[in-house]
Design a binder for this molecule. Structure first.
Ligand code: 6U4
Ligand code: NA
Ligand code: NA
Length: 181
């Protein structure tokens, strides 16, 4: 790669049990479920960009906090991605489909649940409505997501890198976590 472009990706996670994802309807990553985000515009901080993109793509406002940093390079593509990842545990406004994203709640289940989570929390009866949500559709998401989503759901701070081939296969990757600073 020859240059690095700044992007954001934002997740709303309610009660540690459900997460809002959007189905990308156009452009890069079309057909994949992801958080809400995009390019950091000139003059914006990554946080400002994350708040703006969440509003533009899902119609809501949330007190986002950075929870990770990811770096992606693709063979033969000049620009690599630096993605600041944000999360919030609450939001205001009405979740609204946009031209770019179709929002949908998913339940956090199985291997994506934090292993360190106290069993008292995990074992309690699911809240009304949660059980009916579909599980996170990893097979229809970027290949790297399964490695850092559990860290995000465990409320840890994560960093990582993945290198993709020109046809978007993940060739090499590394992800790690630390307690939140
Ligand atoms: P335009 O329409 O050009 O303004 P914009 O909304 O600024 O687009 P977009 O949607 O192309 O940008 O941003 C790409 C989104 O995809 C960002 O949220 C970052 C995310 N993304 C890119 N590669 C990813 C990967 N390997 N894994 C992942 N998210 C990725 O989980
Ligand atoms: Na976007
Ligand atoms: Na944008």
């Amino acid at each position: 790669y020859k240059n690095v472009k700044a992007y954001t990706n934002a997740f709303v996670i309610v009660d540690d049990t459900k997460v809002l994802l959007g189905l990308k309807k156009r452009g890069f990553g079309r057909g994949l479920w992801n958080g809400f985000g995009g390019k950091v515009d000139l003059g914006e901080t990554p946080l400002q960009a994350a708040v703006r993109e969440l509003e533009e793509e899902a119609g809501i406002t949330a007190p986002l906090e950075q929870c990770g940093t990811l770096f992606f390079a693709v063979d033969g593509v000049e620009a690599a991605f630096n993605i600041d990842v944000f999360r919030a545990h609450e939001y205001t406004g009405t979740i609204t489909e946009s031209d770019e994203m179709r929002p949908q709640w998913f339940s956090i289940q199985g291997d994506l649940l934090p292993p360190s989570k106290p069993s008292a929390t995990l074992d309690r009866a699911p809240q009304e409505g949660i059980a009916a949500l579909p599980p996170i559709p990893l097979e229809q998401m970027w290949a790297d997501d399964e490695f850092w989503l559990p860290l995000m759901f465990a409320r840890r701070y994560f960093v990582g890198r993945a290198d993709f081939s020109a046809d978007n296969k993940m060739l090499k990757w590394w992800f790690g976590a630390a307690p939140l600073p």
